[in-house]
Ligand binder design. Structure first.
Ligand code: MLT
Length: 267
């Protein structure tokens, strides 16, 4: 379904199941379909709300020049209000979705029951990282999402996924190719501007599950373990034989960790 934000932008949302609301926020430059393995199973025991961020998937707003993590976080806050979801949610974000989660924690902590951070990092980009984001934005605007496929796809999954699950690679390729080039550029520039969320970590009052593919080279386990260690109520789970896209690469293992976390949160 589509939900209109106060500025009229429609956000596409897949809303399934009943009970505790869990908001799933995709990585860059993907869409809510990356969570299909979670939606199918977890919607049997909770309410799964998988959203396409502004400019991505079936949502509107692709014309923006800059899509910041603050903008996405404020959109999600407005989305919950528009859907009349009053109870605090579990926010589950992967990579860029995690960067959005940090901004949501900073600005809308009262809307949060718990946090699931998958394959993400708290730090800001260094100078070289910012330069790479700008280059990616320029090249994608010029050549289209094919450039993002070539730059990103080889880094997203583990050796096992690469060898044994070609359908996962194809799914990722299609998601990137279907993304509007201006949104890829705008979010790349937005990520380059994101602040360092490390100082926020000790202040996160909500319980958190920190999940990482053991072969994630983009947001590696040592970075995520350190991040979990700085959060007062967190647990760290490593998913063996998975890379940066752990939820898509090994849904049963990721779902088991999420189910256990949700049970602990709800008592
Ligand atoms: C993602 O998966 O969202 C990206 O790897 C995030 C990033 O480029 O930092």
């Amino acid at each position: 379904m589509n939900v209109s934000l106060p500025d009229g932008t429609p956000l596409h949302v897949e809303d399934r199941g009943r009970g505790l609301p869990v908001l799933f926020v995709h990585g860059f430059p993907l869409n809510h379909a990356m969570w299909q393995g979670q939606i199918e199973e977890l919607s049997q025991s909770c309410r799964t709300i998988a959203v396409d961020l502004r400019g991505f998937g079936g949502s509107g707003g692709a014309e923006a020049d800059l899509l910041t993590m603050d903008r996405f976080a404020d959109d999600l806050h407005a989305l919950l209000a528009a859907m009349e979801i009053a109870e605090p949610v579990i926010f589950c974000g992967l990579s860029m979705g995690g960067y959005v989660a940090f901004r949501f924690v900073e600005k809308h902590a009262d809307r949060l029951r718990g946090l699931i951070l998958c394959d993400t990092r708290p730090g800001a980009d260094n100078e070289e990282g910012v330069k790479n984001r700008r280059q990616l934005a320029e090249k994608v605007l010029r050549s289209g999402p094919e450039f993002a496929v070539a730059a990103m796809l080889p880094k997203l999954v583990s050796e096992k996924t690469n060898a044994e699950r070609p359908q996962v690679i194809e799914q990722l390729r299609q998601m990137i190719l279907q993304t509007d080039r201006s949104s890829i550029a705008a979010a790349s520039l937005g990520m380059a501007q994101r602040p360092d969320s490390t100082p926020l970590l000790p202040r996160i009052a909500a319980p958190a599950l920190v999940l990482c593919g053991r072969e994630d080279t983009l947001t590696p386990p040592n970075v995520m373990r350190d991040m979990a260690g700085r959060m007062p109520h967190s647990q760290f789970v490593e998913i063996p034989q998975a890379g940066h896209m752990a939820p898509l690469e090994d849904p049963p293992a990721v779902n088991a960790a999420i189910r256990e976390f949700l049970q602990a949160v709800t008592g």
